[in-house]
Ligand binder design. Structure first.
Ligand SMILES: [Zn+2]
Length: 323
């Protein structure tokens, strides 16, 4: 655990923090995160295994809104007399530690869960949250993906349909406002971005935006082409997030340090635009994906953004796929 790469991954607080050690055992030597992606066939199982031990860190944000870090994607949590409202469910194995953290905030029962999208590191906890009383709300495409066998090519993984209790019982396809616990909660579907079922959640009075996986704070993002994501969609979603935020807005990203702001979000958007343009220019001259990766179009950004699971080569491939 003294390996600096492992420390770096852990510090970022993502569910892959023990991927390095698992890959070490499997391969007999340390791998970069991208090598681990390529070589650990069961990466999704490794993430689930890791979440069974990872601590959950509680961040009190503003008003009655908090964030929980450490179970896959960052979880938003609103408390009050109407019952707790979860934004994303994290990974199922974190259940006892998520419950402990949420009980530190209040004894309110759990009543609602809003999924920002269908990925397992945001929705594999759906079943247990539903079993303790949560009504699940999501984008209609999220319900579709959770209901069917879903292959994610870039993870080399087939997800089975979720159990009945994990399927959202209410879906949205347009903006929707809920009034709960004295908060105006706005659910806004994005156009296809990280997937084709992303939505943002805004807490009006507290001025907090949960952007789901349309925003990765300080790290290159994953883009899921298997279910409708694209680099151009990610840029459009970033523009929508910027338009929805002021300098006072607290922004919860899907991954990365869970308390962020408009200035950091703008850096993320500008990074996406610059790399998109560079990769598109290389592809236009006829370079293959491999040749484009070799040309290192992300080089100017790697020190800041490329130190995590989605490394420069993997991110270049994801961008190349969409330009
Ligand atoms: Zn995701």
């Amino acid at each position: 655990m003294n390996d600096p790469k492992h420390f770096e991954l852990s510090r970022r607080g993502f569910c892959l923090c023990c991927l390095g050690s698992a890959a070490y055992v499997a391969s007999g030597g340390w791998l970069t995160p991208a090598q681990a992606f390529a070589e650990a066939r069961n990466i999704v199982d490794l993430i689930r295994y890791d979440a069974a031990k990872a601590p959950i860190k509680l961040h009190r944000l503003r008003g009655n809104v908090s964030a929980l870090e450490g179970s896959g994607g960052n979880i938003g949590l609103l408390t009050g007399d109407d019952g707790k409202v979860f934004i994303d469910a994290g990974i199922a194995a974190s259940r006892p530690r998520i419950l402990d953290a949420s009980k530190q905030l209040s004894g309110d029962p759990i009543k609602y869960l809003i999924n920002t999208h269908w990925h397992f590191d945001h929705a594999s906890g759906n079943d247990w949250l539903h079993s303790v009383g949560a009504k699940i709300i999501a984008h209609e495409n999220t319900r579709k993906h959770l209901s069917e066998i879903q292959r994610v090519e870039d993870w080399d993984y087939n997800f089975l349909p979720s159990p009945a209790g994990a399927i959202p019982s209410e879906v949205i396809s347009a903006n929707r406002t809920l009034k709960l616990n004295g908060a105006s909660i706005e659910l806004k579907p994005y156009k296809p971005a990280h997937t084709d079922g992303d939505l943002s959640v805004t807490f009006g009075e507290a001025d907090i935006l949960h952007a789901g996986d349309t925003y990765w704070n300080g790290i290159y993002p994953f883009i899921d082409y298997s279910t409708g994501g694209s680099i151009d969609g990610m840029i459009a979603a970033s523009d929508a997030n910027l338009a929805a935020a002021t300098n006072n807005t607290i922004i919860i990203p899907g991954h990365g340090k869970p308390v962020s702001n408009k200035s950091e979000l703008k850096d993320f958007r500008d990074m996406l635009v610059d790399i998109r343009d560079k990769v598109a220019a290389l592809k236009k001259t006829g370079r293959t994906q491999q040749e484009t990766v070799a040309a290192k179009p992300t080089a100017a950004h790697d020190a800041k953004w490329g130190q995590f699971v989605i490394d420069p080569a993997f991110f270049t491939k994801l961008v190349y796929e969409g330009v």
